[in-house]
Design a binder for this molecule. Structure first.
Ligand code: KIV
Ligand code: ZN
Length: 390
């Protein structure tokens, strides 16, 4: 038995991720991605927003039909039409969930909804009860929760729980929080609202200040047991908490973050590549966990350390996230040891003088050229050896 608390991973790449401008996915792409997410061990897949289009309705319905172990969830606003459509799509799943939401912050209620607090509160109770008549698993979200007045937020959440919500999500819709503050909010809500122990508390953090993952972790440290996130952190504006970062933070830092997920982390790189390919959004080179450079080393000092023991500069094994091995990239900062190692890999073992000469030529070339490829090194050594008549 593990002494760690289980965190449910709720993937919203196909809903909040797809809301990223230019990231829309076809029916087939959604089915393929859902298959990958389920195989990877995602607990809840938010497959779309069924009432937003016929296409999304069909994609969510088909994902629900094909699902095996994952809960399949759809998003709906707080109207009967939205909720019914969502229920009709997810009902094919072995484990269907309706996720319904309404804004609760003053700025959203006044300008977006043009509704007063009483009308919003009434809509919370009605929407959740309506959803509960369709499925047993209902998640409720107060949109812009983190800019909502605390007492009103508590009233709305209380109404949602009383009306049958089973998961309460606390969205930091505009990525405004910092970790201590977000963690404290989750804790105060849990401590203030009656029957808070009857529901699962969930985080949903946006990345406008680059704090989405840190805020999600702070939420877990304060009692949240579901984290909403997306592959590659895809999502509106600066995106959502990145699934791969949250999951690896728990795996690597289990000493001080006593949480575990059901994710098979060796599938992370593949999922990242797939989302990048489908959406056409490149993954930034230095992106944590799945970026091209996440396991690449160029400086001589680091390469030397890596050749002696990989723990000198790596806190996780590349294989653990599905990358076959670390790479020592040859460039102007590379050292002699890494160069010798590279030559060996390319099939050359030079005597000390030849190695010195080859290394000098390599440094000359690296000063002029941004990337020195294996072919460049092969050409350089062949040229040197033929000049020496070997
Ligand atoms: O960011 C947000 O508030 C959302 C909700 C719809 C959950 O995505
Ligand atoms: Zn969101």
């Amino acid at each position: 038995m593990s002494d760690k608390d289980r965190i449910l991973i709720f993937d919203t790449t196909m809903r909040d991720g797809e809301q990223s401008p230019g990231a829309s996915m076809t029916h087939k792409e959604k089915l393929d991605l859902a298959e990958i997410l389920e195989a990877m061990g995602v607990d809840i897949i938010e497959a779309g927003f069924p009432n937003s289009s016929q296409g999304d309705f069909e994609a969510v319905s088909e994902i629900a039909r094909r699902s095996k172990s994952a809960t399949i969830c759809g998003l709906s606003r707080a109207t009967e039409k939205d909720i019914q459509r969502c229920g009709d799509a997810v009902r094919h799943a072995a484990r269907p969930r309706i996720h319904t939401f309404i804004s609760t912050s003053p700025v959203h209620m006044k300008h977006k909804l043009q509704m007063g607090p009483n009308a919003v509160l009434e809509a919370v109770g009605h929407s959740v009860s309506f959803a509960r008549n369709l499925v047993d698993d209902v998640e409720w979200s107060p949109e812009d929760a983190t800019r909502t007045e605390f007492d009103f937020l508590c009233k709305c959440i209380d109404a949602a729980i009383t009306s049958g919500a089973t998961t309460i999500n606390v969205p930091d819709t505009v990525g405004y929080m910092h970790p201590e503050e977000y963690g404290a909010l989750i804790r105060s809500l849990r401590e203030t609202i009656p029957n808070s122990d009857k529901v699962i508390w969930s985080t949903h953090c946006h990345n406008d200040l680059g704090l989405a993952v840190a805020n999600s972790i702070a939420g877990a440290q304060n009692g949240a047991r579901q984290i909403e996130c997306t592959i590659n952190g895809l999502g509106e504006r600066a995106g959502n908490a990145a699934l791969e970062e949250v999951v690896m933070a728990f795996k690597v830092r289990g000493d001080s973050l006593p949480f575990e997920t059901g994710i098979d982390t060796t599938r992370l790189a593949r999922a990242s590549q797939m989302v990048s390919r489908i959406t056409g959004f490149p993954v930034q080179y230095n992106k944590a966990i799945v970026g091209k450079n996440a396991f690449a080393h160029e400086s001589g000092i680091h390469q030397d350390g890596m050749l002696k023991n990989t723990e000198t500069y790596e806190i996780m094994k590349p294989e653990d996230v599905g990358v076959s091995k670390s790479s020592l990239v040859m460039g102007k900062l590379s050292g002699r040891n890494a160069f010798r190692d590279k030559l060996k890999m390319l099939g050359y073992e030079l005597d000390p003088d030849s190695l010195n000469e080859a290394f000098r030529r390599f440094k000359d070339l690296a000063d002029k050229k941004k990337h020195v490829f294996d072919d460049d090194i092969l050409a350089l050594v062949d040229d040197q050896l033929s000049a020496m008549g070997e």
